[in-house]
Ligand binder design. Structure first.
Ligand code: G4P
Length: 528
């Protein structure tokens, strides 16, 4: 197969949802279709169970699972599908945001009874900002849920999307009979009483034909016709370009658990979803079809074995091919590096791979050279953009609890921050270190890992801050100097040495901006 054909056949995407909407179940069903697993239940649930926040073994177990499910690849109808796992737990939202920098599209799973939930809103907002193509899958149609039109409204309003249904449910909950597939013009019905098997789908192009009554009964036929007429009148026609530009989002209905509507989703997905997309770097736009390798690290995972402190850096290939034992430039370090055992992921297995293509993810063993956002090239000096840090929501001072292990503590902190577990800030005034996280759970993870992987102990002290803002330096400006003098106690450096301002409230940020209008405060670390 040629290089271009390899690119054309790849689809790299992420599934996002609020916990419990059915992301794991859907992933598993997709893998079943791809023949990558043989039975349901094979994909371990990658979520932190309620009440597990202080159970360290649970955290470790989850880390093990999340390595295994970081990337799930399979072949379906000759397409190479790469699913990137995104943790649903809100304390790991940063991880999910970063993973979204490596996907070419997403599928959003929504629970028919719960509708749009908080975590989904946040994640979809990021996708919308980046114009990532989105397909919506409304799940659990076998249960009583919201009316389909109300749900579509809710999706439009809460998620700011423009939807167009490509399938429509026939009944719901107890009366759920099946779906009409508008994409393929087919009717799919459950074939048995307990709704566990599904027909292959009967071609049904003329919805006005009397045959409809024979298949789904008089009342359902009438309702379906009315509903489809509404769909036709209210929603825009599907347009692939609009979908690819992030302007239109197709919606599917189904039940992942019952394997209903999943094949329709997958069949449509491989037809419409984008192939590996170009990506902006700090110097130019890189096209996936360029022959020279470029790629970037979007995730780093520490290995489970504490005796070998090696880590797995996950690289998304943007252009060219990644070959085993070939030297590449690690741009930030300005060093040539080569890898004798790059890993690829197939279903849940990790294997050594000789060559990978744009859209693929390779796992590289790393002894501490990589940071999230690092770029690899064949020599060109460029860095991929778009992996900013967002302001954490929790802040604590970190103190060394074992004076003999200071070196281990700082090394451990350094490496954990490279992995993107949390963000470290060093106060300008006294050099004290502050750890900022999205959720409280991270503090326990850090403390546990420092002790078990680095032999260091730490304690925390709460720091009641609201947010950090990244400050754009303008040294020649009197106002900036004044700002730095007055706010000295609240200034710190992030890990890359960028200046940040720790604000204790939204009000403080507003006041500061009013008082020093020429000082630019930014809410993400990438502000140019
Ligand atoms: P998540 O990864 O998004 O967190 O969700 P997950 O797939 O784990 O699904 C959450 C729960 O919803 C699971 O039940 C799962 O079986 C159920 N579920 C998923 N899809 C459907 C569906 O189409 N219909 C119905 N009725 N339920 C569905 P659980 O009891 O929490 O877990 P388990 O004990 O069944 O594994």
């Amino acid at each position: 197969m040629s290089f271009l054909e390899e690119i054309q056949r790849r689809r790299t995407f992420g599934i996002i949802s609020h916990p419990d909407a059915g992301k794991t179940t859907l992933t598993e069903k997709l893998l079943l279709f791809g023949g990558a697993i043989q039975e349901a239940g094979a994909v371990k649930n990658n979520k932190i169970k309620k009440g597990a926040t202080s159970d360290f073994m649970e955290i470790e177990r989850q880390r093990g699972i999340s390595v295994a499910t970081s990337v799930l690849a399979f072949i379906y109808k000759d397409k190479k599908i790469n699913i990137l796992d995104t943790p649903g737990h809100k304390d790991f939202a940063e991880d999910t945001f970063r993973t979204l920098t490596a996907v070419d599209s997403v599928i959003v799973v929504i629970d028919v009874a719960k509708g749009v939930e908080e975590q989904t809103e946040k994640l979809v907002e990021v996708c919308r900002m980046r114009k990532i193509p989105i397909i919506v899958f409304i799940n659990k149609l076998d249960r009583e849920g919201k009316d389909a039109f109300d749900l579509l409204d809710e999706v439009e309003q809460k998620l700011g999307l423009t939807v167009t249904p490509l399938s429509f449910p026939i009944g719901m909950g107890y009366d759920f009979k099946g779906i009409y597939n508008l994409w393929e013009k087919k009717i799919n019905l459950f074939t048995n009483e307990n709704k566990t098997t599904v027909s292959d789908g009967v071609e049904f192009t003329d919805i006005d034909s009397e045959e409809l009554e024979e298949i789904i009964g008089e009342t359902s036929a009438e309702t379906l016709r009315e509903e489809l007429e509404m769909v036709d009148g209210v929603y825009p026609k599907f347009d692939q370009e609009a979908y690819l530009n992030g302007d239109l989002q197709p919606v599917f209905f189904g039940s992942a658990l019952n394997n209903f509507g999943v094949k329709e989703l997958l069949d449509c997905f491989i037809d419409i979803a984008p192939t590996p997309q170009p990506k902006m770097s700090d110097t130019r736009l890189i096209d996936s079809k360029e022959e020279k390798l470029t790629g970037f690290v979007f995730k780093i995972h520490a290995n489970m074995d504490p005796k070998h402190r090696d880590r797995l850096a996950f690289i998304k290939i943007v252009s060219g091919t990644f070959k085993r034992n070939q030297p590449y430039l690690h741009v930030r370090n300005n060093k040539k590096v080569k890898f004798s055992s790059p890993n690829t992921f197939f279903a849940e297995k990790k294997e050594i791979v000789d060559i990978s293509y744009p859209g693929d993810i390779v796992g590289l063993h790393d002894t501490g050279n990589f940071k999230i956002g690092d770029t690899l090239t064949e020599g060109e000096n460029l860095n991929f953009k778009g992996i900013p840090s967002f302001s954490p929501e929790h802040f604590r001072y970190v103190n060394n609890a074992d004076p003999l292990k200071a070196k281990q503590l700082y090394k451990g902190l350094d490496q954990l921050m490279d992995e993107g577990v949390a963000q470290l800030f060093t106060l300008e005034l006294n050099g004290r270190r502050v750890i900022g996280t999205v959720g409280a759970l991270q503090y326990e993870v850090i403390q546990y890992r420092l002790e078990h992987e680095y032999g260091a102990k730490c304690t925390y002290e709460n720091l009641p801050m609201h947010k950090v803002c990244w400050v754009e330096p303008s040294e020649n400006n009197e106002e900036f100097k004044e700002f730095k003098r007055v706010k000295q106690r609240y200034l710190a450096k992030d890990k890359r040495g960028q200046l940040v301002f720790l604000a204790d409230s939204a009000f403080t940020i507003q006041m500061t901006q009013d008082k020093y209008p020429s000082v630019k405060l930014h809410f993400t670390s990438e502000y140019e």
